[in-house]
Design a protein around this ligand. Structure first.
Ligand code: ZN
Length: 87
């Protein structure tokens, strides 16, 4: 699932490129790209290590997630970025 929230961290181009270049692409489709955090980067929202970064390119996209997780959100160019934390 993809959310639109109001007050969330926003990435400028520099921070975003740096973030994505540090992550490992795991899955890419027309509507969503998933990156795995293999280097232990901190989530920009809660500052805990996150597991995956999910980029939603299509606001109407829905994700079928089969495991419980916490999700933090940020934005880049008005696109939602979802940072997942496994329980
Ligand atoms: Zn977080």
């Amino acid at each position: 699932m993809c959310f639109k929230y109001g007050a969330v961290p926003h990435f400028g181009m520099d921070g975003y490129d740096e973030l994505v270049s540090s992550l490992t692409p795991r899955q890419e489709s027309d509507s969503v790209t998933i990156y795995q955090n293999t280097v232990g980067l901190a989530c920009p929202a809660c500052e805990e290590r996150f597991d995956n970064l999910i980029l939603c390119k299509d606001e109407t996209n829905t994700l079928e997630l089969d495991f419980a997780m916490d999700i933090c959100t940020a934005t880049h160019d008005n696109n939602p970025l979802l940072f997942t934390h496994k329980h």
